[in-house]
Design a binder for this molecule. Structure first.
Ligand SMILES: *Cc1c(COP(=O)(O)O)cnc(C)c1O
Length: 410
């Protein structure tokens, strides 16, 4: 092979080219064993001891995620929330964190209730406004800035590189929930972030049949001393990496939270996640092409007041998105109805192809009256429907929405 790095589509399709060494199978087996035998000299030469700490079924999916995000290490978790909350629980009581006002509602809710009682000081700011972000930093106290971009459900776009500068000047780390960019359009670690989080439930798995989360560390958090490459995709035995990492390192604490608090992914779920990840690039690109078309067509629709989508030149975050989203703007958009909340709920009732359901990132298109689920404190307007565009035909998707909008307008 030439020295040119392999493209993400190649890395994902072959899952870094893992071959099972005994049988030469091109698909890895599901390891269900909870425990691993010690050697007669009392060592664990295979690097495993117990599968609450880690499981061989994680190896390929974690290595592939690290490669796609250009990170040095990755950990899969039992859900996106388990991954996200580990990043905050690894801090100390009294530490200050900053997160966006517009973000995944369950995490915002956890931050303002549980995390605050736990002793973290939490500031929610409009992270798209860099002056506000800078003003919220408390030098010496702010330890983590959390971004989500594009962010749920208004698709606000935050400048990752600028936020990384602000975080690092204050001695804080920058973590990015990059679920919507899905590794495909943005690699936050290359823009200066220290850590990337994914709700792997969404695009990475892509088939609405696994709850999972992932964290990917960059070299500032984990100088792994090895790279995840196509030629040598094998991670060094994890147990030794853990034992030898510096004892109070942030990433080490994150790993310890997974193994000791037990938010560990099941074997079958890890295997399904790897199966879904292999088709990540074609799925996400196809859905994104449709989302761009739908956004443009819906922006002209007489029943619609506004389309929120980073790929529209009229959208507030478009300029930043053009810089940090390469090759597309993702497959999530929201529409606001001129006729208001009841019309939005009625439109959701009239669609036939789109499924009325929460979540996103699957092959089937979903639509949701978002304010109904977010509840108290939500910045989500009541006239808004959130659309997760799947891989069905774009004309079929438009036609179904159009008939629903027209039926409600009558
Ligand atoms: C779904 C989601 C989460 C939470 O992931 P779960 O797997 O449901 O716990 C976090 N962030 C974003 C942006 C999400 O869409």
């Amino acid at each position: 092979m030439s020295d040119k790095p392999l493209a993400p589509a190649t890395l994902a399709a072959q899952g870094l080219g893992f071959i099972e060494p005994v049988t030469k199978a091109v698909v890895q087996p599901i390891h269900v064993s909870t425990t691993f035998e010690r050697d007669s000299d009392n060592q664990y030469s295979a690097g495993r001891c117990y599968s609450r700490a880690d499981n061989p079924t994680f190896d390929q999916v974690e290595a592939t995620l690290a490669a796609l995000e250009q990170g040095t290490d990755a950990l899969v978790f039992s859900s996106g929330m388990a991954a996200a909350t580990a990043c905050f629980l690894a801090l100390d009581p009294g530490d200050h964190v900053i997160a966006p006002t517009v973000m995944y509602w369950a995490l915002r809710n956890w931050l303002t209730t549980f995390a605050s009682r736990w002793g973290l000081k939490v500031s929610l700011v409009d992270t798209t406004k860099l002056d506000e972000l800078r003003a919220a930093v408390q030098p010496g106290k702010t330890k983590l800035i959390w971004l989500e971009t594009p962010s749920n459900p208004l698709w606000h776009v935050t400048d990752i590189a600028a936020a990384a500068d602000i975080a690092h000047q204050a001695g804080a780390k920058l973590a990015v929930d990059s679920t919507v960019a899905a590794t495909v359009f943005t690699q936050p670690l290359t823009l200066g972030a220290d850590l990337v989080m994914h709700a792997a439930t969404k695009y990475l798995n892509g088939h609405s049949d696994v709850i999972a989360g992932a964290l990917i560390a960059g070299p500032t958090l984990c100088d792994a001393g090895h790279t995840m490459s196509f030629d040598s995709p094998v991670r060094p035995p994890d147990i030794f990496a853990r034992l030898s990492a510096e004892p109070d390192g942030y990433w080490k604490r994150v790993r310890t939270i997974r193994s000791q608090c037990g938010g560990v992914l099941g074997s079958f779920e890890a295997w399904l996640l790897m199966r879904g990840l292999r088709t990540l690039l074609p799925r996400v690109r196809w859905a994104t092409t449709s989302a761009q078309q739908l956004a443009e067509r819906l922006a002209e629709h007489p029943a619609i007041a506004e389309v929120l989508y980073p790929g529209l030149p009229s959208f507030a975050g478009h300029e930043v998105a053009r810089r940090q989203m390469i090759g597309g703007f993702g497959a999530m958009l929201s529409i606001r109805l001129k006729a208001g909340e009841l019309a939005a709920i009625a439109t959701a009732a009239k669609v036939q192809l789109w499924k009325r359901a929460t979540s996103l990132g699957g092959v089937e298109s979903l639509l949701e009256h978002r304010a109904s689920i977010e509840g108290h404190g939500s910045p989500c307007p009541f006239d808004l429907l959130r659309l997760s565009v799947g891989i069905e035909d774009a004309d079929d998707l438009f036609g179904d929405l159009d008939q629903a909008l027209q039926a409600v307008a009558k």
